[in-house]
Design a protein around this ligand. Structure first.
Ligand SMILES: Cc1cc2nc3c(=O)[nH]c(=O)nc-3n(C[C@H](O)[C@H](O)[C@H](O)COP(=O)(O)OP(=O)(O)OC[C@H]3O[C@@H](n4cnc5c(N)ncnc54)[C@H](O)[C@@H]3O)c2cc1C
Length: 465
């Protein structure tokens, strides 16, 4: 079964690469040398992760001339760079046998597209939540194909945001490292996950205490595994063997929290190791800290590979086949918006007048490496995400999308998942169009309820809310 899926995924992958090479849209460009960037856009989106891609597509579909700036050379953000392999938050938390989408619109479009192209499988039930298991590279390819179809969208890879120029409560322009001129826009969307755009603009933000921040993780793939030998029973034996390895000193104690998941590809599994991230000294924004963690993750992965080879049936010839481009941080800056979502909002499943989409994932905290703590709404009610949490309180034309929206540390533990980032991204792209069309160039405080209604309508046009 897994073998036949392997064949399908390989063929689709090759087709997509060929498709990209042969019919690459003129809008997808590799470097700035190949295009002349304009000095003015309707909307500029910074960050090509799930939130940024959704924001860019939504903005372009509204007819806005949109520029999507991507720091690396592929779309998908930490999903593809860091090998995150399951998409959470796409479905309502429920005991129903059939999963119900939490949001329609682009989140649903992505779900259907990933399943149709066999870039993901599922939904897979894990207790009361449902996730899609996806292939990071294939997700990235789907993002590229979707962006390539949008005639109003220019995507520029290998561009890092350097500075932001503002005047009063308006962001006027930004500068990127690869272009000599400032780039102006009517609206800017910060989908950079670390809130770099907001930070450089001088917008207010929050960051959790280092000891409280969600821990970083190292995700890698191991191939050449005889999966016929890895059933549920052998997984149990595997955990026992890892504990034994830690006891006899062959394995580092941090490997006690290593989690293995299937990938859908023959002979391959994926491991996630939450890293003991330097306690009070941990900083997801400090490159030296991230480098140390990257080296630690790499060493732990090598140790595990060597141990599995000699100790576990089915892993005798295993080898590491993919490692992340960087150590994955789960949390950093959160921009202060006109409303800050709280843990209570999430647990009570609060409804807001200016709701644009919904959060349907438990508050998942990984503040230590001793495993996650989850808190879900007792009523299994999703929480509305208000438009005000996407608008910076300091700048009228600055929107946030993805894991940096306005929320407390604990609320972010629910909001940061990819399914929610896709919906929030779409809402930010639609809000950008509202701001661009507004004669005042903003959504004034008090007008968010009226502005949110048409956005919500578009996001829920294909499902019941
Ligand atoms: C270890 C780990 C495991 C996870 N597991 C899951 C899971 O199982 N399921 C799930 O749903 N979610 C999971 N998540 C959470 C989820 O992956 C992220 O929260 C989500 O992908 C964030 O999306 P985003 O678009 O906000 O940011 P990102 O995907 O991080 O994208 C941000 C983009 O901005 C770019 N950028 C940053 N700074 C600049 C700059 N100065 N100039 C230009 N571009 C810039 C980055 O290069 C990146 O492309 C996990 C996260 C981690 C770290």
């Amino acid at each position: 079964m897994i073998g036949s899926r392997f064949v399908n995924i390989q063929i689709i992958f090759v087709l997509h690469v060929a498709d990209l090479a042969g019919k690459r849209s003129k809008n997808i460009v590799q470097t700035l040398e190949q295009i002349s960037l304009k000095s003015n856009y309707d909307a500029v989106i910074v960050g090509g992760g799930s939130a940024g891609v959704a924001a860019a597509i939504a903005s372009a579909r509204e007819g806005l001339e949109t520029l999507l700036l991507v720091r690396g050379s592929e779309l998908g953000g930490n999903l593809s760079q860091d090998l995150v392999h399951s998409i959470s938050g796409l479905y309502l938390i429920s005991n129903d046998v059939v999963p119900h989408p939490a949001n329609g619109g682009l989140a649903l479009e992505f779900t259907e597209r990933l399943l149709k192209t066999e870039s993901a499988m599922g939904p897979v039930r894990m207790n009361r939540v449902d996730v899609l298991l996806q292939e990071p590279q294939l997700f990235s390819i789907q993002c590229t194909r979707l962006c390539g179809k949008e005639k109003n969208l220019i995507v520029v890879f290998n561009s890092t945001l350097r500075s932001v120029l503002s005047n009063g409560t308006v962001i006027e322009s930004i500068e990127i490292d690869t272009h000599p001129e400032p780039i102006r826009a009517a609206v800017f969307v910060d989908a950079s996950s670390d809130a770099k755009l907001s930070f450089l603009a001088g917008a207010d933000y929050e960051e959790a205490d280092p000891a409280e921040l969600q821990r970083a993780a190292y995700i890698f793939s191991i191939g050449n595994v005889n999966l016929d030998d890895v059933d549920d029973n052998s997984r149990f034996i595997l955990s026992q063997k890892i504990v034994a390895g830690i006891r006899d000193g062959s394995l580092d104690p941090q490997l006690a929290v290593a989690v293995m998941r299937p990938t859908g590809l023959a002979e391959q599994v994926r491991w996630t190791i939450d890293l003991e991230s330097e306690g009070d000294h941990y900083s997801p924004l400090n490159p030296e800290c991230l480098t140390r963690l990257q080296i630690l993750g790499c060493q732990l992965a090598a140790q595990l590979e060597a141990y599995l080879r000699v100790s576990v049936t089915g892993f005798e010839k295993c080898r590491i086949t993919a490692s992340p481009g960087q150590t994955s941080a789960r949390e950093s800056r959160r921009v202060s918006g006109r409303y800050c979502l709280t843990e209570k909002d999430i647990l009570d499943g609060v409804e807001f007048e200016d709701a644009v989409c919904r959060s349907a994932w438990p508050i998942e905290l990984r503040e230590t490496v001793r495993g996650q703590k989850s808190h879900a709404s007792k009523k299994s009610k999703p929480c509305d995400i208000p438009l005000r949490a996407l608008i910076s309180k300091d700048f009228d034309n600055l929107l946030m999308a993805g894991r940096c929206i306005s929320a407390t540390h604990r609320a972010q533990g629910a909001l940061r998942v990819i399914g929610t980032c896709l919906a929030v991204g779409q809402a930010a792209g639609l809000a950008a169009a509202t701001i661009k069309r507004s004669p005042t160039g903003k959504i004034s405080p008090g007008e968010e309820g009226a502005a949110a209604a048409p956005i919500r309508e578009k996001i829920f046009c294909d499902i019941n809310r």
